[in-house]
Design a protein around this ligand. Sequence first.
Ligand code: ZN
Length: 396
Amino acid sequence: MPGRKSWTGLWKAWRRPLLLPAFLLLIALCAAVLPPVGHVREDLRDLDLFSNEPLVRALLTRRDSGTSLEIGGPCRVRDASGSIVLEDGGRLVWDGRAVAAGKRRFEPPVAIAPPRGGTLVTLGRRYAGTLRLVADDDGRLLVTNRVPLETYIAGVISAEMGLHFPNEALKAQAVASRSYAVRRIRTRQRRAYDVGATQATQVYRGILPGHARARRLVAATRAEVLIYDGDVLDAVYSSTCGGHTRPAEEAFGDAAPAPLMGGPCGHCNDAPLARWTATVKLRAVRRALKLAAGPMTLGALRFHPSKRLRALTLLTAAGAREVTAKQLRRLLGKQAKSPWIAQVALDADTLLISGRGFGHGVGLCQYGARGLARRRKSAGEILGWYFPGADRARAW
Ligand SMILES: [Zn+2]
């Protein structure tokens, strides 16, 4: 048996040659334990809202009787009575009762699907899944895209944020958009569609360039939604909050859950519309509010706790007149980029207004998410910043 002295000698002789293998072993262990980039979190709670990935129905357009749809490529058109294949696409004419493709008439609901072996249908833009045509009570044709949720979310993050945004911001957007869509899928089953395709719900333009990358980012958060108090959170978002997100209650009037109470953002200062200005002539104010002519001065401004203007007072010969921020925004029209009016001044016959941000300002701030991602914050940290108190869970 070797004595104490020979053990020390062995260690001294082998210490240096062993350093490199030990270092490599440590790296291998780290790689095995730490999740790779884009890893799907397996530790999330299962909500089991759906047995599998659900389909979502996005309303693409509404058509009046006498108008037509131009299908840009091969497709199969089907109703309850049968189907035909249009090899080169073609015009579908809606007459208020049926959709005509040449001499063949189809009664809603009509499905337009890719032909055998195809994956996309072209209606101006390219869509995965199927297009479904249903009639509403007013004789209009609703054109919806029925598509797997994750494919839809890839389209939404491309259209809403743009793939030039950093990966972690796009992944946070995917979770917010999925949460929003899942809530609507669950509550609108009796309606003809779940979501629109414009800013009124979420912007969706089908399959866009860069779709494969968008799919990979969406796959990294597969099935993930935000939850609060046992329910999927209505994870709303807007372009640029202006520095402080707006409490949902202030914006929408209803009592809101804690993650939508608003809070400091501080990461969207470099957004194109972080600051904006607008003007309105006093005579336009007089006309809209039916005020008498005569001298007018600006009285007190009142603000919400979120620092957004609530109302201002105009002092006239007939007395003080309150103008709400909503009335003022209506007078500004498209000049008002957001509900955040930060300051108002009167210069001769013109009200000078300065505002902040773009969009309603509630929930996730997209440019703020970009700022946080550039500061190396993860999608989870971004979501935690804008929806404090919310958890992440898997919807299926
Ligand atoms: Zn912001």
